[in-house]
Design a protein around this ligand. Structure first.
Ligand SMILES: [Zn+2]
Length: 175
């Protein structure tokens, strides 16, 4: 097995032939589409790729992602540190392949002549892994206990809404 840092572009089939594993820490700030949703772009994403061929000689790629991001808690409207992680298993297929033939448990990942953009893939998966309604764990949230659910959501609407927060973030030239 060969280990190395994460290059931006790879040929996944060649790496699968050699059973290459790649691991590295990337700056959150380099993923601009993710950062648009965060209150703070400091931090890292830990990513691990493992390439191999399965019994049917299909090139497969395993990916593990781990990060912690800062978003506005939709319960108390204070900043919350949200752990984000995911594990993925892809089968590398040529574009147009019928994904129904794939063994169960694989996501089809179409890769043609162009190399695979690992950073774009990480960013896509991070975006999907972010919570739609970010919240503190109940014990860390500053929202007073016992407040009725309907009351808290009414307050949330009048005090701020996630779209105005997003709009502010987008206006900030540093983001
Ligand atoms: Zn909270």
């Amino acid at each position: 097995m060969i280990y190395g840092p994460i290059p931006p572009h790879v040929d996944p089939r060649k790496l699968a032939d050699r059973s290459v594993s790649l691991a590295g820490e990337l700056q959150l700030s380099q993923f601009s589409r993710v950062c648009e949703l965060l209150t703070d772009t400091a931090g890292h994403v830990r990513a691990e790729f493992a390439f191999s061929r399965d019994e049917q000689k299909v090139a497969v790629m395993q990916l593990k992602l781990e990060s912690e991001v800062r978003m506005i808690c939709q319960r108390c409207l204070d900043e919350a540190a949200i752990p984000v992680s995911g594990e993925y298993l892809y089968a590398i297929v040529t574009p147009g392949t019928d994904a129904l033939h794939l063994p169960k448990g694989y996501d089809a990942l179409e890769v043609g002549e162009e190399p695979l953009d690992l950073l774009a893939l990480i960013e896509d998966e991070l975006l999907l892994a972010l919570p739609i309604v970010p919240m503190h764990p109940p014990e860390e949230c500053q929202q007073p206990a016992g407040l009725l659910e309907s009351e808290s959501s009414k307050n949330a609407v009048t005090r701020s809404n996630p779209f105005s927060v997003l709009a502010q973030l987008k206006r900030d030239p540093n983001v």
